[in-house]
Design a protein around this ligand. Structure first.
Ligand code: CLF
Ligand code: SF4
Length: 488
């Protein structure tokens, strides 16, 4: 019934200028700014915290958990919990009706001026029961026209839904593709439902891949920005993800997000119970490095919940529970517009500061490359106390520029007035490979302990833009080292 689309057929049939979003290896993707993308694409991504790395400093997303059903079974998922394709496994969301979801979106928009995107990412698959998903999208678009709609799917039901996706002006769709080779995919999925039957093994894997590719091509052809998530599963698909990444680039996928498998026996998943491990941060980084030149990589994903609310990395979902949902939330559209105007100004200043910093870096005569950790609460600035950081953003810097390399989650060191020694030791272990930490403030004890571990903590750049401060520190450290060599 289903025809397999050969992996290389579409890429070959498309003119070279159309391939890979029509972009060079470094010209587009999540880290790109206004000048590097066609204006219509920039317009779609500029306020989307997942599709634009820059936007994630300023804009928030919320998920509405309106999609309870699923049509496949992934080995990393336990149906008692949410869909692990686009959310952290092991968490349970409050399921909402489309009407409740709309009220919740209004409520969050009223309280969180940064809100720019509403996504549907579970708790099951967003397209397994498309009527609920599209009803929710239509209702939200009606009352919040400044909000972008986004959804995430395993792709099985995607081909039939592309017309509805376009009709509802959903510009961003994530498809989870863990493998393009059925022999690899059959080790990741237990079954796939088709025409009221459950397929298993290679037939199931083949059908799912075929539907994912067909849907993905239809979306790209329809001008929808496609992000592909792949769960990185050591021993199963790690080497294969290189082929997947290259194929995605050839097919015009905007962004490839490789998410580390989270596997915990307590979640009761097949992988959790059979001892399948997830990758280490070093393995993920090495895979990222090996994919340079392929489809653009997303490196700022936080594997959020299906009911997440807030900036990526913060989760305010607990403050917006169903039990407190107002009957008629009121949104002040004027103050939302004012927030956007402030952000536009802030972005221009940040861009200018980054350009200046990059010019300064280009003059440094070194092949050195460093990892610098940053404590930030958002806005693209160094604005968090070291002791309050629950995660560190890791920036890579060399003479060619400053790039986000990822983030590392930490236990908070400061426990209400005193420092927790064990937490500090885990933070130090977590910062392996990092030479410097930039924060808004740090006490003497942790600063000294970090220094003993070979990590310099600096709080002289509090409230400065991240890229500018990272570049300044790199240049200063290089100049100090060069001077020491000259005077030796
Ligand atoms: Fe949600 Fe996903 Fe849309 Fe973002 S999340 S549906 S694209 S609005 Fe973002 Fe969260 Fe990572 Fe997803 S950080 S898990 S990539
Ligand atoms: Fe679970 Fe999502 Fe996979 Fe369905 S698609 S089995 S909900 S992880």
């Amino acid at each position: 019934m289903h025809k397999i689309i050969p992996l290389d057929a579409v890429a070959r049939s498309r003119p070279a200028s159309d391939r890979g979003s029509g972009c060079g290896a470094t010209s587009c993707g999540s880290s790109s700014g206004a000048g590097a993308l066609p204006p219509d694409v920039w317009d779609k991504v500029k306020d989307h915290p997942c599709y634009s790395q820059e936007a994630h400093h300023f804009f928030a997303r919320m998920h509405v958990a309106v999609a309870p059903a699923c049509n496949i079974q992934c080995h990393y998922c336990n149906r008692k919990y949410d869909c692990a394709n686009e959310s952290r496994p092991g968490v349970v969301s409050e399921r909402l009706t489309p009407a409740q979801a709309t009220r919740k979106a209004l409520w969050v928009a009223a309280k969180v001026p940064q809100l720019s995107v509403v996504g549907i990412a579970g708790p099951g698959d967003a397209l397994a029961d498309p009527a609920r998903t599209f009803e929710t999208c239509a209702r939200i678009a009606d009352v919040l026209p400044d909000i972008k709609l986004c959804l995430s799917t395993n792709g099985l039901a995607l081909p039939e839904c592309v017309d509805a996706i376009k009709a509802h002006a959903i510009d961003h769709v994530t498809v989870t593709v863990n493998a393009l080779d059925p022999a690899v995919a059959e080790r990741i999925y237990a079954w796939v439902a088709c025409s009221r039957k459950r397929l298993k093994g290679r037939d199931a894997a083949r059908l799912l891949i075929e539907r994912q590719l067909q849907g993905l091509e239809m979306l790209v052809a329809a001008g929808v920005l496609v992000k592909v998530n792949s769960v990185m599963i050591p021993g199963i698909n790690v080497a294969h993800l290189r082929e997947v990444n290259a194929e995605l680039r050839a097919r015009g996928v905007f962004l490839h997000n490789i998410m580390p498998l989270i596997s915990d026996p307590a979640h009761g998943t097949h992988f959790g119970l059979t001892g399948q491990r997830g990758p280490t941060p070093a393995e993920l980084q090495s895979l990222h490095e090996g994919l340079a030149g392929g489809a653009n990589l997303m490196k700022h994903c936080r594997q959020c919940r299906a009911d997440a609310v807030g900036l990526l990395g913060e989760d305010r979902g607990g403050s917006f529970g169903l039990d407190r949902l107002p009957a008629t939330p009121e949104v002040d559209h004027e103050s939302r517009r004012a927030y956007r105007a402030v952000i536009d100004r802030e972005r221009r200043h940040r861009e200018a500061a980054t350009a200046k910093a990059e010019a300064m870096l280009a003059n440094v005569n070194t092949e050195d490359r460093r990892l610098i950790a940053v404590c930030t609460k958002g806005s693209g600035r160094i604005n968090q106390h070291f002791g309050h950081a629950r995660e560190f953003q890791i920036y890579e810097v060399d003479r060619s520029g400053v790039r986000l390399a990822g983030h590392r989650r930490a236990g908070r060191y400061c426990q209400g007035g005193y420092g927790e020694d064990d937490a500090l030791e885990s933070v130090i272990a977590l910062l392996e490979g990092v030479t410097t930490v930039l924060c808004a403030r740090i006490g003497r004890c942790p600063r000294d302990r970090l220094a003993t571990a070979g990590i310099r903590a600096i709080d002289d750049h509090a409230h400065e833009y991240i890229e500018a401060a990272v570049a300044r520190v790199f240049v200063d450290e290089h100049e100090t080292a060069a001077k020491a060599v000259r005077t030796a």
